[in-house]
Design a protein around this ligand. Structure first.
Ligand SMILES: Nc1ncnc2c1ncn2[C@@H]1O[C@H](COP(=O)(O)OP(=O)(O)O)[C@@H](O)[C@H]1O
Ligand SMILES: [Mg+2]
Length: 237
C-alpha cells in the first residue's frame, strides 16, 4: 500500500507496505522514528485512506464494514495517553459505556490500575485532568489499558505503549498488556526489542518500506541486517 498525508501529497510516507496478520497472531513493527509505523495504525483505524492498496479484514475490504464496527473492534494504546477531564470511572467506561461498576473495577484490576485508584480518597470517582488529579504517565497508561480491556476488541494496537515509562511502571504496564493481548490479534509497535521477542512476525520498517521481516531469531541470522543493528544497540552480547 502507498500513502501520503493529504497535507503533504508530494511526500510518500508508505511506499509499498504489504502486511498480513492471521486472527489471534501477534506482529510487531519496528524501525527508526519517522519510518511510518504510526501512520500504518492511522490507516487501520480509518483516519486516512491509502492512496493505492487496500486493507482487508476477514477477507473483506475494510471500507465494506461500518466505520463504527471497525473502530468498535479495535483498541489502541498509544505512547501518550490523553484522558478527558472527568472521573477515572468515566475514562475507563469510555471503552464500553454500558459497563457496570463491577465490570469497570474488574478491568482496572486486570490493568494493574486498581491499587493506585484505591489510594485516592474518591477512588474511581476521582476527577482527572486539568481540574483534578494529575496522573503519572504509567498511571494514565494503565487507565487506557483498563479502557481497552473493557472494550474487549478483536484487534489491539500498541503504539510504543511503554516507551516513556520508568522501569517500575513499565513492568506493571507490560504485565497488564500481556494479559490484554491474550486471544486478540495484536499489532505491537515497540521501541525496546526485548518486548517483542516472542511475536509471530516482526516487520522492520525503513523510510516507508519493509526492509526486513521474520521472527526475532530469523532476523538475527542476518548479521548485517537492520534488525541486528537495532538489537546490538539494545542487548548485551
Ligand atoms: N499528520 C501528519 N501529516 C503529515 N506528515 C506526517 C503526519 N504524521 C506523520 N507524518 C510524517 O510521516 C512520516 C512517518 O511518521 P510516523 O508514521 O509517525 O513514523 P513512526 O511512527 O515510525 O515514528 C514522518 O516523516 C512524519 O513526519
Ligand atoms: Mg510512531
Amino acid at each position: 500500500m502507498f500513502f501520503a498525508y493529504p497535507s503533504r501529497p508530494e511526500k510518500l510516507v508508505l511506499k509499498g507496505i504489504d502486511i498480513s496478520v492471521s486472527p489471534g497472531e501477534r506482529i510487531a513493527l519496528v524501525g527508526m522514528s519517522g519510518a511510518g509505523k504510526s501512520t500504518l495504525t492511522q490507516l487501520l483505524m480509518q483516519f486516512y485512506k491509502a492512496d493505492k492498496g487496500e486493507i482487508f479484514i476477514d477477507d473483506f475490504p475494510i471500507n465494506k464494514y461500518d466505520l463504527s464496527d471497525v473502530r468498535g473492534n479495535m483498541a489502541i494504546v498509544p505512547q501518550d495517553v490523553m484522558l478527558f477531564g472527568g472521573s477515572i470511572k468515566d475514562n475507563i467506561a469510555y471503552g464500553n459505556p454500558s459497563a457496570s461498576d463491577s465490570d469497570i473495577m474488574e478491568a482496572a484490576k486486570k490493568a494493574n490500575a486498581w491499587e493506585f485508584i484505591e489510594g485516592f480518597p474518591s477512588k474511581m470517582d476521582t476527577i482527572v485532568g486539568e481540574r483534578g488529579v494529575k496522573l503519572s504517565g504509567g498511571q494514565k497508561q494503565r487507565v487506557a489499558i483498563a479502557r481497552a480491556i473493557l472494550k474487549d476488541p478483536a484487534i489491539l494496537i500498541l503504539d510504543e505503549a511503554t516507551s516513556s515509562l520508568d522501569a517500575e511502571s513499565e513492568r506493571l504496564v507490560q504485565e497488564a498488556l500481556q494479559l490484554l493481548m491474550v486471544g486478540r490479534t495484536s499489532i505491537i509497535i515497540a521501541h525496546r526489542l526485548a518486548t517483542i521477542k516472542d511475536v509471530n512476525q516482526i516487520y522492520v520498517l525503513e523510510n516507508g518500506t519493509i526492509a526486513e521481516k521474520g521472527t526475532h531469531q530469523e532476523l538475527l541470522q542476518n548479521e548485517n541486517g537492520l534488525y541486528t543493528s537495532l538489537a546490538k544497540l539494545q542487548f548485551e552480547y
